[in-house]
Design a protein around this ligand. Structure first.
Ligand code: AMP
Ligand code: ZN
Length: 114
């Protein structure tokens, strides 16, 4: 069994509220939402963070971000806008070490982040 929480979600060992899945990526609702819509989009394959991607992952990253835009559109966020965030490493606030893009929307978001 994988020690990685998001790999366990991919494997179906931990339940998640999925909103999209295909052969390369999975999107599911964040368990502790920070906005009315808060969805995480992850690659099925374990990649620890943005910092662990290589040049060979270009197609996967493209598909990941196209999925972010498509999931946001499906949630109706394209009309009002949203934020896509990739927390990376300790100072970035990353707590789950499997690459994920946060989609946050449904309310105005402030800038800069804390
Ligand atoms: P980060 O801090 O960028 O690593 O984000 C990790 C996110 O995963 C946080 O927003 C958590 O609320 C979320 N999270 C943790 N466990 C689960 C889970 N079992 N299902 C869905 N989201 C989760
Ligand atoms: Zn993983």
């Amino acid at each position: 069994m994988s020690a990685c929480l998001f790999c366990r979600i991919v494997a179906g060992e931990v339940p998640a509220q999925k909103v999209h899945e295909d052969d390369r990526v999975l999107a599911f609702r964040d368990i502790s939402p920070k906005a009315p819509t808060h969805v995480l989009v992850i690659p099925r394959r374990h990649v620890g963070s943005l910092d662990e991607l290589s040049a060979a992952d270009g197609d996967l990253v493209g598909h990941l971000f196209l999925t972010v835009a498509s999931v946001a559109r499906q949630a109706g966020l394209d009309a009002t806008g949203y934020r896509a965030v990739v927390n990376t490493g300790a100072d970035g606030g990353q707590t789950v070490h499997h690459l994920h893009v946060h989609i946050l929307g449904g309310r105005p978001l402030t800038w800069p982040p804390g």
